[in-house]
Ligand binder design. Sequence first.
Ligand SMILES: [Zn+2]
Ligand SMILES: [Zn+2]
Length: 300
Amino acid sequence: MTFLGTSAAVPTADRGLPAVAVKREGEVVLMDCGEGVQRRVLSGSLGLGGDMTILITHLHGDHVTGLLGLLQTMSLAQRREPLNLVGPQKLLKWLEVTSELLHIGLTFPIHFSTAKPGVVLRTGGFRIRAARAAHSVEAFSYLVEEFRRPGVFHPERAKSLGVPEGKLWSRLQKGKSIKLEGERVEPSQVTGPPRPGRKIGYSGDTRPSAELARFFSGCDLLIFDSTFRDSDREKAVERKHSTSLEAAELARKAKARHLVLTHFSARYTSVSSLVREARSVFPNTTAASDGLSIEVAYPE
Ligand SMILES: [Zn+2]
Ligand SMILES: [Zn+2]
């Protein structure tokens, strides 16, 4: 995971507008597209031409205005690969109107899926679910779930079945059956039970809710709205955001493994007090910063 922008509403000298990227085996899932995201994409190792899915949480300028520039740059680079886009229905309208007015012709197709509670998309490596967030406009939270992985491979079982080491082992390891002298060998004969994949949750802008605590249950990594310090909770309630303490309480309820706070209000020059508040409730908390990369560990 790489954090491309971690500020709320307005950028600061150190923080750009919201965007987070998940990268796995060449596939990229980009969550939100704050202004200037394309510079971050270009300077990182994400690439403009590969397998990409973009999830937009809601239609507030700070989360979406970077999308048009990113798509335009992809077109100038002659991208041909289709791109998956998920977001509220009006996102498509905004994109059609703005690209028409600015004469932006895309060189690649966009496969748009309307965000709604439940599974919204299956990509090469992930199942993507959405839930309703509690914000001032229609907004969604997303869960990016890696597909289950094949179980642990037991070489001694493969040997005892007479499967020669090499290509056939690797097929079985990947969960595919093979034929050996006319007999089928199933991967379950030589591997343990399938292992769960990794689960990454992204709240977007939201108040905490019981629904989201359920939705993010068991996340390996939870990225949560942390716009305000708890002494500014009134503002969080009024503007439909969360405090770092509320983010931590939700992470605890959801039994997440790791919490990353993001979307910090530009009023705080340092976020260390927000992190301290969160750690008092949920010790495994990190503050996001622009350019921060995290390797998400597999669950045990
Ligand atoms: Zn925002
Ligand atoms: Zn918002």
